[in-house]
Design a protein around this ligand. Structure first.
Ligand code: CDP
Ligand code: MG
Length: 246
């Protein structure tokens, strides 16, 4: 671990863990006593389709993607109770954070987790067949209780996706930040430098933002390709906002 940059990783306590009252169990498995890791950020999130899609963007073309989005949004476990659509998002910090938490989480597939690593968190999950309209099984959805970043670069992308710098104590920031010197507005999946009727202002001059987000916005404003998508920059600013409350 770079001395200048603390190692951080993202954990999501998914809707199946919330429904089965396993939050306390997960938190105690990951506690500082067991892992040596500390909380750097923590929030209860009503997950929007935009945030879910960005979080799992690498799986966009997979057969299980639509079902995975419904799962992480909370629709699978709380079909008639949208107010219970939540995950708990946590940033943990400390030496080998990503590896330690992946080890305690265990293999992605709960059946394999039970076989290969009894006692790991994901061994308590389930595998649910995904059926197409005709009733044929076309894949599996794995309800595996927690998400844990797989690598340090995924951890950086995911922490910046779910958290604003000011959600994390300033002395625990792991990635460079910068103060915005301009306004940015968002409407209908487009970025605007000036107010448009019905747009949402998500950054104002003086706001502290991830430097990579401001770089992305500057490039997008100029019509250039950028390191992150507009949705990945904006989604964190819409977390728990009423207008994104689908
Ligand atoms: O979460 P992890 O990084 O271990 O696995 P992944 O391969 O990146 O998949 C992300 C998530 O998609 C998993 O945690 C599962 O919840 C889900 N998944 C699924 O529902 N069905 C699959 N066949 C594979 C993954
Ligand atoms: Mg993964």
């Amino acid at each position: 671990m770079d001395k200048q940059r603390p190692e951080q990783t993202l954990v999501l306590i998914k809707p199946d863990a919330l429904k089965n009252s396993l939050t306390g169990y997960v938190l105690s498995q990951l506690s500082e006593f067991h892992t040596g890791l500390r909380f750097a950020g923590l929030k209860v999130v009503h997950v929007s389709k935009m945030l879910a899609g960005e979080h799992y963007s690498e799986h966009r073309d997979k057969v299980f993607f639509p079902s995975l989005i419904d799962y992480i949004i909370g629709r699978i476990h709380y079909p008639d109770e949208p107010w219970k659509h939540r995950v708990i998002a946590i940033v943990y910090q400390g030496p080998d954070a990503t590896k330690k938490i992946r080890d305690i989480a265990g293999p992605t597939n709960p059946h394999i987790a039970r076989d290969e690593k009894p006692g790991c968190i994901r061994a308590l999950g389930t595998v649910v067949p995904i059926k197409e309209a005709g009733g044929n099984v076309i894949g599996d959805r794995m309800d595996n209780l927690i998400h844990a970043s797989a690598t340090d670069s995924e951890a950086e992308r995911e922490i910046k996706l779910w958290f604003k710098p000011n959600d994390i104590p300033p002395l625990m920031h792991a990635y460079p930040t910068e103060v915005s010197d301009t306004y940015y507005y968002f409407k209908d999946n487009k970025l605007y430098p000036n107010h448009e009727p019905g747009s949402m202002c998500f950054l104002v001059p003086g706001d502290v933002a991830w430097r990579s987000d401001l770089e992305t916005l500057r490039l997008l404003n100029q019509g250039h390709p950028a390191p992150y998508s507009l949705e990945a920059v904006v989604a964190k600013h819409l977390i728990n906002e009423k207008q994104d409350n689908q």
